[in-house]
Design a protein around this ligand. Structure first.
Ligand SMILES: [Zn+2]
Length: 100
């Protein structure tokens, strides 16, 4: 690929779950956190002709029970539909596309 830096993948892809669609966010898997700016740092993400200021947020979670508290990482993004394939491309800026 032209311009490939080799510092890791330039794409983050994910299928939107029912919960993500309902609550308006894209889950960021922990091992893919480095794809995005540090947790809490605002950045711009473009989708079509809109650009929104977003950030990766850590949300406390008890889905594995009260004894196993942990955090989930999300980027809030409303308007996604369950089952859509979301792709975030990093190429100087972040660009989100959704299909399906
Ligand atoms: Zn959880």
């Amino acid at each position: 690929m032209v311009g490939e830096s080799g510092i890791g993948p330039r794409l983050y892809t994910r299928k939107v779950s029912a919960q993500e669609a309902r609550e308006g966010y894209v889950l960021v898997l922990k091992d893919k956190l480095s794809f995005f700016p540090p947790v809490g740092s605002p950045f711009r993400m473009k989708h079509g002709s809109t650009t929104r200021k977003v950030k990766v947020e850590a949300i406390p979670c008890t889905c594995r029970g009260p004894e196993k508290r942990h955090e989930h990482y999300v980027v809030r993004w409303s308007g996604l539909k369950e089952g859509q394939a979301v792709t975030v491309r990093k190429d100087g800026s972040y660009v989100l596309s959704a299909s399906g």
